[in-house]
Design a protein around this ligand. Structure first.
Ligand code: 6YU
Length: 497
C-alpha cells in the first residue's frame, strides 16, 4: 500500500466534508469526493420562501455549546446570532429548557386554553423523561417507545384525571395523540411503535438552547468548502458500485464505479450515503456484498420521513408570543399517532406548526411538520393540492373561513433518490451492537496487506448523536482519524507533512 494513499469519499454531505477536511489537513494528497448531485451539503439545504431564508433540511444546532463541533465552527465563522453565543444559552441544560409558548386549536374550530391542555402536556413530558430508566436495559416488558407511552399514559391518566369530566378526559387523551405526532417528527418515524425503548435512550443531548443560522445552514457548508482544495469534489457523479476485497491487487484494492461507467481506483473508500439509500441499494452497491451481521444492522436500524411544510401569511392568526401551534383532533381515537386512511386523511398527521422567529426576518411564516407514511404520501401530491389541504385545515381549526396562505413550500425527502427519507432512528429490536456494526470498516478481519478498504460515516453511524448534523460531522472525523492513525502507526512520519 502506498504511503500517500488514494482515498475516495462517497457523498458530499457534512460527514463527507468533515472527513475530507481532516484528511487534507493531515497531509493526505489524494482525497476525492464523488457526489451524486450538483451541490454540496446533502441534508443541509437552505431554500427560499419568497424573500426569506428557509431550511429544507436541518434547521437547528441541537445543543449549541462547547462540546458541539458544529456550534464551534458556526461561532468561529461568525454565522450565529449573539443570543446563541451567550454563556446562559450554552449552559441551558436539556431539562431546564423552557417549553415553547403554545397556541392550541381543536378540530371543532375552538381555541383551547393552555391551562386546559396543560395536564396532557405535563403527563406526556413526564413519560418521555421516564424512558431514561430503560437505558442499558436489554429486555423490558414494553415492545416499543409507543407501547410504553400509551400504556403508561392510559394508566396514569385514569388515576390522575379521575375527577375530571368525561369530555375533558377525552380531550386530554386526544392532546396526547398530538404529542405522539410531535415525537414522530422528532424521530422521523411513522409511529412511536417502531422505536426501540433501549435505543431511544442511547440518544444523548448536549447542553444549550437549540439555535438556527440566520442566513441559512448552508453558510456552514460554504465556509467548510472554501477551505478545501479546488476540484476535490466531482459533482453529478453517482457511485453505482464499490468493488472491494480485490485480493489480486496489492495497491488500490477498491474500485469505485460511477453511473456513467467512470472508474476510480482507491486504497480506501469512505461511504457516507444516507441509511435510506443504503437500505435500498446495498445489494447492488457492494461487491462482494456486505457481511450478514452488518446487513442485519442496516435492516434493523430505522430510517423514516419527517417533512416540513412552510406557509406564509399576510398577517398572523396566532398570538404574538406564540412559538408553536398544536392541533387536536377530537374525532380521533385517543392516543393514536397513525392515520388509518393515509390517502383520505394524511393531513391529520401534521401535528401543527412552529412559528418562524423573529418576524422582522421571516415575516408571518409557519413551519408545519409531518412524519411517516402520511408525509411520504403528501410528497406525491401537487403543490396546489398541499396548499388546498393546509388552507382547509387552518380554516377548520381556527373557525375562520377566509384565512388564505400567501405561499406554501414543502420538502420531499422520501422521494429524493439520494436520501430516501429524512434521518435514522433506533428501530425495534436494535441494540448498541447494531450501531457499532454500522461503523465497522470492511474487511471485518483486517488483513495485513489490505486493511480498511471500506469505511462508513454519516449520521446513522453515530452511536448516540445519530439523526443530527453534529453526529454526522463527528462520524466523518472519526473515519478520517481511523485512517490517519493507521498510517501513523505503520509509518509515523507519513503522510502528514
Ligand atoms: C440537526 C436539525 N433537522 C430536518 C430534516 C432532515 C434532516 N436533520 P447527507 O445526506 O447530508 O450526505 C450524503 C450525501 O451522499 C448526499 O449529498 C447525497 O447526495 C450523496 N449520495 C447519496 N448516494 C450517493 C451515491 N450513490 N453516489 C454519490 N453520492 C451519493 N439535524 O442537527 N438539526 O434541525 C435537523 C432535520 C427535514 C431531512 C434533519 C437535523 C438531520 C441532518 O440533516 C442530518 O443528520 C445530516 O445532515 C446528515 O449528514 P450526512 O453527511 O450523514 O448525510 C430521543 C431521541 C430522538 C432522536 N432524535 C432527536 C433529534 C432529532 C433530529 N432532528 C431533526 C430535526 C430537524 C428539524
Amino acid at each position: 500500500m502506498s504511503s500517500d494513499p488514494k482515498i475516495v469519499i462517497v457523498g458530499c454531505g457534512i460527514s463527507g466534508i468533515a472527513a475530507a477536511h481532516r484528511l487534507v489537513k493531515a497531509g493526505f494528497h489524494h482525497v476525492r469526493i464523488l457526489e451524486a448531485t450538483a451541490r454540496s451539503g446533502g441534508r443541509i439545504k437552505t431554500g427560499r420562501l419568497g424573500n426569506n431564508t428557509t431550511e429544507i433540511g436541518a434547521s437547528y444546532i441541537h445543543g449549541p455549546s462547547e462540546g458541539n463541533p458544529v456550534f464551534c465552527l458556526a461561532r468561529d465563522y461568525g454565522l450565529l446570532d449573539p443570543e446563541a453565543l451567550t454563556p446562559e444559552n450554552q449552559a441551558m441544560d436539556v431539562d431546564e429548557r423552557p417549553p415553547w409558548e403554545p397556541n392550541w386549536f381543536s378540530s371543532s374550530g375552538e381555541r383551547l386554553s393552555a391551562e386546559h391542555v396543560n395536564p396532557a402536556l405535563e403527563l406526556f413530558y413526564e413519560l418521555v423523561d421516564d424512558t431514561s430508566q430503560f437505558k442499558n436495559q436489554e429486555e423490558t416488558q414494553w415492545a416499543s417507545v409507543g407501547h410504553f407511552l400509551r400504556s403508561e399514559a392510559r394508566q396514569r391518566a385514569a388515576e390522575r384525571w379521575r375527577d375530571k369530566e368525561e369530555a375533558t378526559r377525552e380531550l386530554l387523551l386526544c392532546a396526547i395523540s398530538t404529542m405522539l405526532k410531535v415525537e414522530c417528527c422528532s424521530s422521523a418515524t411513522h409511529s412511536m411503535d417502531e422505536i426501540d425503548l433501549g435505543g431511544f435512550c442511547m440518544y444523548k443531548s448536549l447542553s444549550g438552547l437549540d439555535c438556527t443560522f440566520p442566513s441559512g445552514y448552508e453558510g456552514l457548508i460554504k465556509n467548510l468548502m472554501s477551505e478545501l482544495p479546488g476540484g476535490l469534489v466531482t459533482y453529478n457523479r453517482p457511485v453505482r458500485f464499490v468493488h472491494w476485497n480485490n485480493t489480486e491487487k496489492r495497491e488500490n484494492p477498491v474500485m469505485v464505479e460511477c453511473d456513467d461507467g467512470e472508474k476510480f481506483a482507491a486504497d480506501h473508500v469512505i461511504v457516507t450515503v444516507p441509511l435510506g439509500y443504503l437500505k435500498k441499494h446495498h445489494s447492488t452497491l457492494f461487491h462482494p456484498p456486505l457481511p450478514l451481521h452488518k446487513l442485519h444492522s442496516v435492516q434493523r436500524l430505522g430510517f423514516g420521513t419527517n417533512n416540513k411544510i412552510y406557509v406564509e401569511f399576510d398577517s398572523p392568526w396566532w398570538d404574538q408570543d406564540c412559538e408553536v401551534i398544536y392541533f387536536v383532533w377530537e374525532d380521533e381515537d385517543a392516543m393514536v399517532d397513525q392515520v388509518p386512511d393515509v390517502q383520505g386523511s394524511w393531513i391529520k398527521k401534521l401535528f401543527g406548526f412552529t412559528v418562524l422567529k423573529p418576524t422582522e426576518r421571516y415575516g408571518h411564516a409557519l413551519c408545519g411538520w409531518i412524519a411517516g407514511h402520511e408525509s411520504e404520501y403528501m410528497e406525491t401530491l401537487s403543490e396546489q393540492e398541499v396548499t388546498h389541504a393546509i388552507t382547509q385545515l387552518i380554516r377548520r381549526f381556527t373557525g375562520n373561513p377566509i384565512i388564505t396562505p400567501r405561499r406554501v413550500l414543502r420538502s420531499q425527502w422520501f422521494h429524493d433518490p439520494w436520501t430516501c427519507g429524512s434521518y435514522s432512528y433506533p428501530g425495534k429490536g436494535c441494540s448498541v451492537q447494531d450501531l457499532e456494526n454500522m461503523m465497522e470498516p470492511l474487511p471485518v478481519k483486517e488483513s495485513q496487506s489490505q486493511p480498511l478498504q471500506v469505511l462508513f460515516a454519516g449520521e446513522a453511524t453515530h452511536p448516540y448523536y445519530y439523526s443530527t448534523v453534529h453526529g454526522a460531522f463527528l462520524s466523518g472525523c472519526r473515519e478520517a482519524d481511523r485512517l490517519i492513525s493507521h498510517y501513523s502507526s505503520i509509518s509515523p512520519s507519513q503522510p502528514a507533512k
